[in-house]
Design a binder for this molecule. Structure first.
Ligand code: A3P
Length: 275
């Protein structure tokens, strides 16, 4: 286990936040009993996790008892976070989990959400400023260097996307993109999870999952996270596509494009663009 700074450690090549998990806990997940019906939402951090989590939770509302869980986090917890972990073996199927892990131990229904890495970096930068368990970057440039080096929780965006994409044949996996998260996406998730929802139910979910409505929804907006962890409630920050244009300099953009071209050259990713 290698300490990267006061907040992050590297274990088996992957970067985790200290306090949220341990190497032993990550190892213990090798023995985690997966059920065929388990649904995993997989993302690189700041790619629209809580948005898709809300959509999946709403889609599965008929089978997982809403009243049992006060909010989306408890209904769909992060597998790798140890703190406050309930005994998941007691949960009724289908169990719902979120994770930022790479594909080493997950073998069931997977919804993977990808976001334009430039918007992702900007979102992650702002999140680092308000999440108490992350080092505060001195500037966006400072953060971008760490992001490109993969020295952030979740490691490298490039590695994460490539690992999941290249292993896609080994899993039952639905790739989605933040940029395309509209009505048709909800329909795709329903089909993938074999949920027969009629048009009205789908429209209702789409409406509940808009940025404006989610921001007001106490079960979904993550304002329930205590203030000692989240210095300012801004999980629902801006929710737009192309915000990177307000932050990246021309030089940063050119450098990023160059790195993207090089790192992603073997991946014919049509599901995202960087421009
Ligand atoms: P911004 O910081 O660009 O606003 P994650 O859930 O993986 O942490 O990702 C958080 C990002 O998803 C934030 O991006 C947040 O605003 C955005 N997001 C959350 N819910 C959304 C929604 N309903 N519509 C659009 N974006 C949403």
């Amino acid at each position: 286990m290698e300490s990267l700074n006061n907040y992050l450690f590297k274990y088996k090549g992957y970067v985790f936040a200290k306090g949220e998990t341990t190497g032993e806990y990550i190892d213990s997940l090798q023995h985690f009993e997966i059920r065929d019906s388990d649904v995993f939402l997989v993302t690189y951090p700041k790619s629209g996790t809580i948005w898709t989590q809300n959509i999946i939770n709403l889609i599965c509302e008929d089978t997982t008892d809403k009243s049992k869980f006060p909010n989306n986090l408890e209904k769909m917890p992060w597998l790798e976070y140890r703190e406050g972990r309930p005994d998941y073996s007691l949960r009724a199927s289908p169990r719902l989990f979120a994770t930022h892990l790479t594909p080493t131990l997950i073998f069931c229904l997977i919804v993977y959400v990808l976001r334009n890495p430039k918007d992702n970096a900007v979102s992650y930068y702002h999140f680092s400023l308000v999440w108490a368990k992350l080092e505060k970057p001195k500037s966006f440039e400072d953060f971008l260097q760490q992001y490109l080096a993969g020295n952030v929780g979740g490691s490298s965006w490039f590695d994460h996307v490539q690992e999941w994409y290249t292993k896609r044949d080994q899993y039952s996996i639905l790739f989605l993109s933040y940029e395309d998260m509209v009505m048709v996406t909800v329909e795709k998730i329903c089909k993938f999870l074999e949920k027969n929802l009629d048009d009205a139910a789908i429209a209702h979910i789409v409406e509940k999952a808009t940025f404006k409505n989610m921001k007001k929804d106490p079960r979904a907006n993550y304002e329930f996270i205590p203030g000692d962890l989240l210095l300012k409630p801004q999980f629902m920050r801006k929710g737009t596509v192309g915000d990177w244009k307000n932050t990246f300099t021309v030089a940063q953009n050119e450098m990023f494009d160059q790195i993207f071209k090089e790192r992603m050259k073997n991946i014919p990713l049509v599901i995202t663009t960087v421009n």
